[in-house]
Unconditional design. Structure first.
Length: 275
C-alpha cells in the first residue's frame, strides 16, 4: 500500500491535530511575559491549515474566566488545492472554534483579553489552553515570531535559477531575467523572485497593502496603475528572517494574474485562493 503524503496531510484536515514542540515559547502582553514554557504544543483545530500554541494552563501567569462575549466570527473557507478539502483561511479569527471546548477571557494586571483562550474538550489536550496568537507578542527561544507559529511540516526551499523568465501583464512586459530565484513552499505553487534591476519598477507603484508570513517576513506590495485590475500584483519581502535571505529585496509576481514565459514556454496560471 502506498500513500501520497500531501493527500495524507490534507486527509486529516477535518481532525483536531497537535504536535509537541521542544522550543521555549514565550507570550508577552505589553512587555509583561504571561507565559514562558518548554511544554507548549502546536495545535490545529479542524479545517485549520496554520497552527496556534497550546500551553500548560498551570504555567499561564494570568487568570482565566468563562468568556464574557459571544464566541464566533466569520469563516473564510478556501481551497488550497483544486481537489482538496475546504480549509479555513488564516483570516478566520481565533474565536471561530471548530473543536468543542470552552472559550475563556484572560485577565492580567487589570487588563482583560476577551476570548483569548480556549480550553478544548479533547482528552489528549487536557490541562492545556489554546491562546490567541494575535493577542500576544510571541518568541520562540529568543527570536520574535509573526503571523502564526511555524509548522514543522511546512517548509520553504530557495534555489537559484538561470532560466530565462519573462513576466507580462495585459501584453506589457514587466520583468525579464535570467537571474530568478525559485521558492518552493509546501502545498503552494513555486514562486519566481526577480532582482529589482530586472523589473520595470518605473511601471509599478507602491501599494499600501502589507501581509505577514512567519517563514519569509513582512511583504510590501506593488500595483500596476496601467490597468484597473493591476492592484497588488507583485510583492517584496523585508529582511527580518535569516531563513529567507536569498529572497530579501527581490520582487515576486502573482503567477495567477500575470503571463509568465520560461525559456520560451508559456506557463499556465495556477489556480489558488489568490487567482
Amino acid at each position: 500500500m502506498t500513500a501520497r503524503l500531501s493527500d495524507t496531510l490534507l486527509g486529516l484536515i477535518s481532525d483536531l491535530r497537535y504536535e509537541p514542540t521542544s522550543k521555549r515559547v514565550r507570550g508577552d502582553l505589553d512587555g509583561t511575559t504571561i507565559v514562558d514554557t518548554r511544554g507548549a504544543l502546536l495545535v490545529w483545530e479542524p479545517k485549520r491549515v496554520t497552527p496556534i500554541f497550546a500551553v500548560p494552563e498551570q504555567e499561564l501567569r494570568a487568570q482565566v474566566t468563562p468568556a464574557s462575549g459571544e464566541a464566533g466570527g466569520e469563516e473564510y473557507p478556501i481551497a488550497i488545492m483544486l481537489e482538496g478539502p475546504p480549509v479555513l483561511d488564516p483570516r478566520t479569527p481565533f474565536s471561530r472554534h471548530t473543536a468543542t471546548g470552552i472559550p475563556l477571557d484572560v485577565s492580567v494586571d487589570g487588563m482583560s483579553l476577551q476570548g483569548a483562550a480556549f480550553r478544548p474538550d479533547d482528552a489528549a489536550l487536557a490541562g492545556y489552553l489554546l491562546l490567541d496568537f494575535e493577542a500576544l507578542q510571541w518568541r520562540e527561544d529568543d527570536e520574535p515570531i509573526i503571523g502564526h507559529p511555524r509548522d514543522p511540516f511546512h517548509r520553504i526551499d530557495i534555489r537559484q535559477s538561470s532560466d530565462q523568465v519573462t513576466v507580462q501583464y495585459e501584453g506589457t512586459t514587466l520583468a525579464e531575467t535570467s537571474r530568478a530565484v525559485r521558492l518552493y513552499e509546501t502545498l503552494l505553487p513555486p514562486r519566481l523572485y526577480i532582482p529589482p534591476s530586472d523589473v520595470r519598477l518605473d511601471m509599478l507603484e507602491p501599494s499600501a497593502t502589507r501581509t505577514v508570513c512567519p517563514y519569509k517576513g513582512k511583504a510590501a506590495y506593488f500595483s500596476y496603475p496601467g490597468s484597473p485590475k493591476g492592484k497588488d500584483i507583485a510583492w517584496q519581502y523585508d529582511s527580518r528572517f535569516l531563513d529567507a535571505t536569498q529572497i530579501h529585496g527581490l520582487v515576486c509576481f502573482f503567477d495567477e494574474r500575470v503571463d509568465v514565459t520560461v525559456n520560451g514556454v508559456e506557463q499556465g496560471r495556477p489556480v489558488t485562493p489568490w487567482a
